[in-house]
Design a protein around this ligand. Sequence first.
Ligand SMILES: Nc1ncnc2c1ncn2[C@@H]1O[C@H](COP(=O)(O)OP(=O)(O)OP(=O)(O)O)[C@@H](O)[C@H]1O
Length: 532
Amino acid sequence: MSDIPRRIGNYYLSDNLGSGYSGSIFRATQVHTGQVVALKVQHVNHECPTNRYERGFYPSLQGGEGMPTLWGSGVEGAWDYLAIDLLGASLDNLYRKSGKETMDLSTVCAIAMQLIARLEFMHSRGILHRDIQLGNCVVGLPPNEKTIYMIDFGFSKRYIDPYTHTHIPDSKAKRDFIGNYWFSSVGVHYRGKVPSRRDDLEAAALMLIHLLTPRGLPWTRNGVPKSDEAHDRLKKAKRNARPEDLCRGLPPEFEEFLRYCRRLQFQECPDYDHWIEEFRALAAESGFPESDDFVWPPVPTPQPHSKTPRRSLAPGPEEMERILNDLTNLDLGDPVLADRKTVDEAVRKAKAAAKDDSTKTPEVIDITGDSDDEPDTIPPPHLTPKAYKLAKLTKRASEATDNPQLSELVLEFIEILRSNSSRTLTKEGFAFIDALYKQLADPSVFIMPLRTSRQRSSDKSLQQQQEKEPTHVKLGVVARLRTEVLDARSNKALARMVEEFGQVTNKSSGRTVTKDGFSFLEGVAQQLKVIV
Ligand SMILES: Nc1ncnc2c1ncn2[C@@H]1O[C@H](COP(=O)(O)OP(=O)(O)OP(=O)(O)O)[C@@H](O)[C@H]1O
């Protein structure tokens, strides 16, 4: 490094920003314009001429969000250089400096959304990154400090042939490993497979899980392997680690995402948008902003107010047992709930859930009457404005006494969803659907919610019940409901449709309300005006 001259091309070199296996990065100033850049410098005889490769990829990546601008490049004497945007710290630096065992969930959700979007962009340009790791995710400098940039395209590869525009072929022949020890996919790292889009995504999934795991992923804990045997052991540990073990205690989205990446076919295009929406919904459900802004240092985790007494809308287990028993003893003509066996089972589940909940921080939404006078714009600190509006709307829905009122509330619901950048049905959105369903089905009885709070535990039976359905199933069902709703002639018929809409949306991986979904809700509002 000491041989590197003070000036290369039109750049004066100053501080060393970082050094990798193949070269060094300096802060540098353009001698004519004074522009400050990051100069990536590499000896021309380096055995791994990554600058030369990177130079080939940068033009295709220009203009993408979170892609550094290439300001100049060339070879001067023995030095190959690339002048790119000067950026801030890498996620690796921030993580280490934070001194914390894990990154917080809101930060990891923001990283997930941005990283998936970066990969979507790179892949749209026919390029794989192939070296996803914390050191290659770098935050921008103000005013771009909330954006994560992808750097280091030295291992990148075109997966779309630029001449034929076709996907590169798969091959059975085992390839030499290119990537990084920690996060390269099992297929590429252990099995020596040809990399494709799925492997970039799997590496992203592993990186996210690493950030949420105290001491990181198990195979990263002994440091960089120093021998072939140690490398073999690492690869085997990675191959043998089951997603459910890696993700134990984490929100289920991470395990689902890892499994999804591993299920993708070699040439399959990942559903980037769905996963961005999944992590956005997870952030929202956990009480964080839905935005993908990378905020560092992270704002403290939202806590429910401890001093204000809160009332949960859900009945406690004893109250629920009483309600359910009373209902079975009533002669209501048409059965509204089910037979005795179902009631006993529901009571047992409610008790188990209550027991389980007592060990967790309760997720309680304050929609008690006191807050009614507050303007919509000031949500309690633990709720986003969208969540707050929806919670208030749900309360009004459960108090509505006639169809025209319900109709207005459905229209307000549509407006709230539409005014928000994310059309994901969050926990509060589903609570409104539940309240609407209850009012339409039979407002006088207690009805099990269509959708309870999302699973955070390893309750497999419930997870299986909530198995995701492919997008086309949701699209088909909602398109049908959109038409059928216009023929509904009773509240019961509307209730059945709202139920189906809630269930199919809950099971779809993005939980977003589609165009057809909005038309369906508009149809519900319209019918509520005419059904008396
Ligand atoms: N544009 C930039 N602005 C500021 N710092 C940067 C920039 N590019 C890289 N760095 C810093 O330099 C480090 C190494 O960069 P990079 O990964 O591009 O180099 P490399 O030689 O390919 O590294 P490796 O061999 O580790 O892959 C980064 O982790 C980051 O901290």
